[in-house]
Write a new protein. Structure first.
Length: 444
């Protein structure tokens, strides 16, 4: 498959506020109703049927399309107001995040057309529900490059919450039609963090260097003969892999992180592959110049047993996320790092399946959900957007997922409408082709 042509103009387009992005992706769709989009009036509608006038014939997933009743269910948690603006936060399961609401821009009016996991995660990561398009991190690697040549420009790490949840496919961090050197590199939680990082038995560093030099000469001859850009990408990848043999293992040891800093991230921080450990690594990668780090945390798809499963998930991310924000801030990095927390959609106000006294589930809901952003040119201590009394429809200031991506690109000094690559006769961009706009009220 032919790949896109190289960029025609110098980036960034204008002076950026941010240098890097850390994307904390809660895969499965965290319930906005039970975390940040709380309204005291929800208690009054608990157990009542969701009016058809609110649902408005919305397309439902196969999990609830056959339900004959749609009883509303209020959060089974306690909420309190936090911060200077009195933002409602679930105080039972997000006490740490509640303490940093004055660092956040909380967008309560996010929306997407996708209602199932795979197309929804693909959409929010690539700007389209179609497969095979470049991911956000790949676009940044392609457009801005990286100041650190010993580490990947785009790193992905995966952890698991209360349940394994939906599968995450490597195409979510694929470079699509961009050159393959811009694809995300997944760090593994066991063995070599990157495959084949360790030399095989009997092969020392000197011999490996000679082997790579010889291979580079052969590939260079082949490149001259065929002119295939993939060969050039492979040459560069082999060389980067050699340099990573030193840089990546040291990064992963955490040997130069103080005990007090580690403890900020919570009790799981020394457990390899945990979300807490990945948050520390994300900060270390950002500190070393890696422009895009994405942490996927699986298991937020609570179709049943939501109170228990959501509590477990929030417990595993609440303290590490808060520590990451505080750690970045005390190092002077938050002001030029965009940190994003959210998922691919939200959850329904109505119960999936039978509603009991202490248990229920919620189905997928793309009409509205909550994402928060901190640092990197976004306002501090700011709520944006509003949903109706059922947390079901947006009534003020809608923000499409591509609008948010356009706004993040803006903070990085990129005009999303000009950041295009011609492929198969079309000018493609991360933010799609259907009128995405920078949401200027979100900017500091």
């Amino acid at each position: 498959m032919a790949q896109g042509s190289e960029k025609k103009e110098q980036l960034p387009h204008f002076k950026p506020k941010a240098k890097r992005v850390i994307y904390l992706f809660m895969a499965g769709g965290p319930s906005h109703i039970d975390t940040f989009d709380y309204k005291p009036e929800l208690r009054k509608i608990h157990g009542k049927q969701l009016p058809e006038s609110v649902r408005k014939g919305q397309r439902l997933t196969t999990m609830t399309s056959g339900q004959k009743s749609f009883p509303c269910v209020a959060p089974m948690f306690n909420f309190k107001r936090y911060g200077e603006r009195g933002t409602w936060v679930n105080s039972d399961i997000l006490p740490h995040m509640a303490s940093i609401v004055d660092e956040m821009t909380i967008v309560k009016s996010m929306h997407t057309e996708a209602i199932n996991h795979d197309p929804a995660i693909t959409y929010i990561n690539t700007g389209t529900q179609q497969l095979g398009r470049p991911s956000f991190g790949s676009w940044l690697s392609y457009g801005l490059g990286s100041p650190n040549k010993d580490l990947p420009a785009y790193v992905v790490m995966i952890s698991v919450g209360a349940q394994r949840g939906q599968a995450l496919y490597s195409r979510l961090w694929s470079s699509g039609f961009l050159p393959s050197r811009h694809q995300g590199v997944q760090f593994r939680s066991s063995g070599d963090p990157v495959l084949y990082l360790t030399n095989p038995k009997g092969l020392d560093a000197g011999l490996r260097r000679k082997m790579l030099d010889g291979l580079a000469k052969l590939n260079a001859e082949r490149l001259k003969e065929k002119g295939d850009p993939e060969i050039q990408a492979r040459i560069a990848q082999y060389e980067r892999a050699y340099r990573r043999q030193t840089s990546v293992p040291y990064l992963m040891t955490l040997s130069d992180v103080s005990e007090s800093t580690l403890m900020m991230y919570g009790p799981d921080v020394k457990k390899k592959g945990s979300f807490a450990a990945n948050c520390v690594l994300a900060r270390r990668l950002a500190e070393r110049g890696v422009p895009f780090v994405q942490l996927f945390h699986r298991g937020w798809d609570q179709h049943g047993n939501l109170p228990k499963a959501l509590t477990t998930n929030c417990k595993s991310v609440d303290q590490p996320v808060t520590a990451l924000i505080k750690d970045l801030k005390q190092r002077g990095m938050l002001e030029d790092t965009v940190v994003i927390w959210g998922g691919e959609f939200g959850r329904t106000i109505y119960s999936q399946g039978k509603l009991t006294k202490n248990n229920h589930g919620r189905d997928h809901h793309g009409r509205c959900f909550t994402t928060w952003v901190a640092g990197g040119g976004f306002k501090q201590g700011f709520d944006y957007g509003e949903t109706d009394d059922h947390c079901y429809n947006i009534v003020k200031d809608p923000v499409h997922i591509n609008d948010l991506n356009a706004t993040i690109l803006h903070c990085l000094g990129i005009d999303h409408k000009r950041f295009t690559v011609k492929y198969q006769g079309l000018d493609w961009r991360l933010t799609g082709v259907e009128g995405a706009e920078v949401v200027k009220p979100l900017l500091a």
